[in-house]
Design a protein around this ligand. Structure first.
Ligand code: 1GP
Length: 248
């Protein structure tokens, strides 16, 4: 098992380079639109392609990852909503523990059940402390995970949760307001988390503008993830990529 993707994330953080990940939900793109998104991702030098969703209802994951891998060399990272969203064709797996919640299944239960399969996949495994933050309206992920998100104005809870995750050995912190969130995560919360952990910080959920992406990077996000807004307007890839990379 390599650690190329994680090393890539760490190297960027060391050089204070900010990164952009496009999130592809395998349910939402057909072959043609997926190809368009991949072409834009290559053209505008996207750093990572994340693949997954909290509720994937089709079985196209394998095909989608194969299509991306065939078309480009951008690292493909699985961001699974459940243990069955795994394919060995990807480069790495965000091995998520939902540390903002108190649902034991998503802290450790499903990991135990899927461990042999995950290990056998040969994927690079990146242990991630996954934190849901209230984005102003219920999201699929909070409903499906049956957990309460951290209130958006409780920066101290977010910081303590991230610190605990890091001390437990989780290598990356992912702060997520949930796909399509009404409100993206407040910069003050990202700042507070960044002040207390050394681990790279991924931020996503409800980010729709280059300004917000820049603001979040300046607050301490190392990787910005955008899914929904790009599905609606693929041209946004260029604007967001240019904005994030202008900071490097
Ligand atoms: C969701 O962080 C991701 O888990 C991205 O959210 O789809 O709102 O960009 P959006």
């Amino acid at each position: 098992m390599s650690n190329q993707v994680y090393q890539n994330i760490l190297d960027k953080k060391t050089k204070q380079q900010k990164a952009f990940a496009v999130l592809i939900d395998p349910d939402k793109l057909d072959v043609v639109n997926l190809q368009k998104t991949i072409d834009l991702a290559v053209q505008f030098k996207i750093d990572f392609i994340f693949v997954g969703g909290s509720l994937v209802v089709t079985d196209t994951l394998d095909q989608v990852v194969a299509q991306i891998k065939k078309a480009c060399s951008i690292p493909v990272v699985l961001f699974p909503g459940s243990p069955d969203q795994i394919t060995p064709k990807a480069d790495a797996l965000l091995y998520l523990s939902l540390i903002s919640g108190r649902n034991p299944e998503l802290l450790i239960g499903q990991h135990v059940i899927s461990a042999p399969f995950v290990k056998q996949s040969g994927l690079e495994i990146i242990p991630v402390g996954y934190m849901l933050i209230d984005g102003g309206s219920p999201t699929t992920v909070s409903y499906i995970s049956n957990t309460n998100p951290i209130p958006a104005n409780k920066n101290d809870i977010a910081a303590c949760t991230a610190m605990a995750g890091e001390m437990l050995g989780l290598k990356v912190i992912y702060m997520d307001a949930g796909s399509g969130a009404k409100n993206a995560i407040p910069s003050s919360m990202i700042q507070q988390v960044a002040k207390h952990v050394k681990a790279p910080i991924i931020v996503g959920g409800g980010i729709t503008t280059p300004e917000k992406a820049i603001e979040n990077c300046k607050a301490g996000a190392d990787i910005i993830v955008i899914g929904n807004a790009i599905e609606k307007d693929p041209a946004l890839i260029q604007k967001i990529a240019d904005a994030i990379h202008s900071l490097n």
